[in-house]
Write a protein that binds this ligand. Structure first.
Ligand code: IPD
Ligand code: CA
Ligand code: CA
Ligand code: CA
Length: 266
């Protein structure tokens, strides 16, 4: 597998951030934590990892724009390119000592995601994809799962933060999906959930209230692994609607239909 110079820059940044996250994960009880909103935490580990990724990427491509979860948006002088970064996806898991978290880095060119890297330092799993070049887990080429009916499928999901998003709507979606599938998982790191769809570990995934940094790298992984993703209305406005539904062609369609079923009348 030959990686482009740009992808190598992204991998290096993710691996460097991963070293910092691994150190902080080892003494998580000593980290300063603040609360962004109900059930929504951020720690020193998030800020440190974002600075590392930012500095690595901007050292290599100083003219690109940068959108990071913790630092917000920096416009670049190069209007075509933007990095989209979640330095620590799965903060709640991280702070609870659960090794399901990752750094996610995507590169957008003229509004299209052209490369993505998701790295979980706790498992040493590096997911990478470039437009037209396929998706990989370490050196292994990825392909989405081939299951054809929902009743055989394990589907991932996310639960909106307390008081944010529409919990009532999510519970209706969950009830409908649970009634059709072999199993539902809520693993707590959306970037990894999407990477798991690319890897065929999850047959599908849906979530609302996501941000571009949660989804950008995962979306190109899924595409390059032969999968499909849409927003919850079936369009391609995932960033604007903050929603995503993903899977192989059949399962994505089926999941979209089931998750959109109307609230049952009482
Ligand atoms: C969160 C995780 C979680 C998802 C939330 C995200 P963070 O990201 O991806 O799985 O359900 O919507 O905000 O805050 O840990 O980077
Ligand atoms: Ca967060
Ligand atoms: Ca995130
Ligand atoms: Ca984050």
């Amino acid at each position: 597998m030959a990686r482009s110079a740009l992808l190598n820059v992204m991998v290096q940044a993710a691996v460097k951030a991963g070293k910092s996250l691994t150190r902080d994960f080892g003494e998580v009880q000593n980290l300063q934590v603040s609360v962004k909103g109900p059930g929504d935490f951020v720690s020193q580990a998030d800020f440190k990892a974002e600075k590392i990724v930012h500095d690595e990427l901007m050292k290599s491509r100083p003219t690109y724009g940068f959108l990071g979860e913790e630092g917000g948006e920096e416009k670049g002088t190069d209007g075509a390119h933007r990095w989209i970064v979640d330095p620590l996806d799965g903060t709640t898991n991280f702070l609870h000592g659960i090794p399901q978290f990752a750094t996610s880095i995507a590169l957008e060119r003229n509004g299209e995601i052209v490369a993505g890297v998701i790295f979980n330092p706790a498992t040493d799993e590096l997911f990478t994809a470039e437009k037209g070049g396929g998706a990989f887990l370490n050196d292994r080429r990825l392909r989405v799962a081939a299951r054809r009916v929902l009743s055989d499928c394990v589907i991932g999901c996310g639960v909106p933060h307390l008081g944010r998003g529409n919990h009532g709507k999510f519970l209706v979606e969950l009830r409908h999906v649970m009634g059709e599938v072999a199993g539902v998982r809520r693993m707590g790191a959306a970037a990894l959930d999407l990477a798991y769809v690319a890897a065929g570990r999850l047959d599908g995934f849906w979530e609302a209230e996501l941000h571009p940094w949660d989804m950008a790298a995962g979306l190109i992984l899924i595409k390059e692994a032969g999968g499909f993703a849409s927003d919850m209305k079936g369009g391609q406005n995932m960033f604007e609607t903050k929603t995503v539904v993903a899977g192989n062609e059949l399962i994505q369609k089926a999941l979209l239909e089931v998750s959109n079923r109307p609230v049952p009348a009482r």
